[in-house]
Ligand binder design. Sequence first.
Ligand code: GDP
Length: 444
Amino acid sequence: MFKGLSERIGHSLDRVKGRGRLTEDNIKDTLREVRMALLEADVALPVVKEFIEQVRERAVGQEVLKSLTPGQALVKVVHEELIRVMGSEREALNLRGRPPVVILLAGLQGAGKTTTTAKLARYLQETEKKKVALVSTDVRRPAAIEQLETLAGEVGSSFYRAAEGTAPKQIADQAMEYARRQHADVLIVDTAGRLHVDEDLMQEVRDIHAAVEPLETLFVVDAMTGQDAVRSAEAFGQALPLTGVVLTKADGDARGGAALSVRHVTGKPIKFMGMGEKSDALEAFHPDRVASRILDMGDMLSLVDEVERKVDRDKAEKLGRKLKKGRGFNLADFRDQLEQMQSMGGVSALMEKMPGAGKLPPGMANQFDDGVIRRQVAIINAMTKQERRKPAVINGSRKRRIAQGSGVQVQDVNKLLKQFTQAQKMMRKMGKKGGMKKMMRGMQ
Ligand code: GDP
């Protein structure tokens, strides 16, 4: 998301960034380009107008023109205004109520409600240590109910299945009872999808809302739908007392307009962003971090959060203890690291969040991607236990055997061993200096 917007804004700001002096004309030209970039990213017109007006007011004032580094000051103003448009502060879910606290999800069909239900369940279980129950009231699409039941099994939440023929409102009532009996902390209610805004279905979701009295009523919206997202947000906002928005498919090449418009249109904060189809692809929405991502200032904080969440703590701690004891980092440890990297979507997913990554030539990050990591893991798997523990024993004939066993060339095995040696050097340094946390802090 934001690729085009980021490039266009970056390009226009780059031209003024280093300037020691700016005139009102320079600023006018730059703002015209930013305005075009926002419109092309499908940001709603009233939002664009207000945004540009705010930046203009501040830019022609003392703050920028009189600054010692006016170009930088202008970038700062654009950054701050982007943050403001997206709601300023990170707003977390409100779960302060008598359990089971209810979260209701509503939105158009295909927006990603069911997927988001499972993602939220996993998120609440992993980060908030909550016990979560799920229910679907989508009686028109039995397949949707089954899809959620399967997902509940995958993420380890309990699931309430009503008898066939039960009406949506009754399902919601029964699910409340069920969640109470289960001593669940949170009940997430997935509602029927609608292809477009339809009065009967709106009434249905209003009835469910009245039955379960949710603390959170989240509007789920597909970032790919641009201006349509804004229209459906308005309609749902009128029908339901929304408390927040989940922006899905933010991993795709959506132009990003919805992210910038939806707060303004609904008056409600974006609380989460869906970043993929899997159940762990959900990110808390931080306006400041997203603004930094748009301006290609990197997003190290989200990256740190993600690493903290996904790194397998047990393995990391075991490795830490091992390093402290002075026992060497071996190929089995290297394999664990590669697998962990894979679980985070490979290097290119990480790179997207790093400062300046937008400027890398395309294809560069792919060098370390999924396929490559998988091959490296296969090479290590083809080794004997002894070889993994003591790579020094790997001579020419062993290399040929390993290459054959993993279906690669000997030079690939050599390459892997070289990368391992580099990783080993780095681990030695980290073992001395105090680990991953410190390294990540250094990168911010
Ligand atoms: P619902 O009709 O609103 O319940 O939508 P679903 O949850 O069934 O999702 C519709 C499609 O969008 C499915 O193919 C999902 O895998 C996909 N999807 C949902 N969220 C995301 C996301 O954040 N990123 C991507 N890439 N796909 C998503």
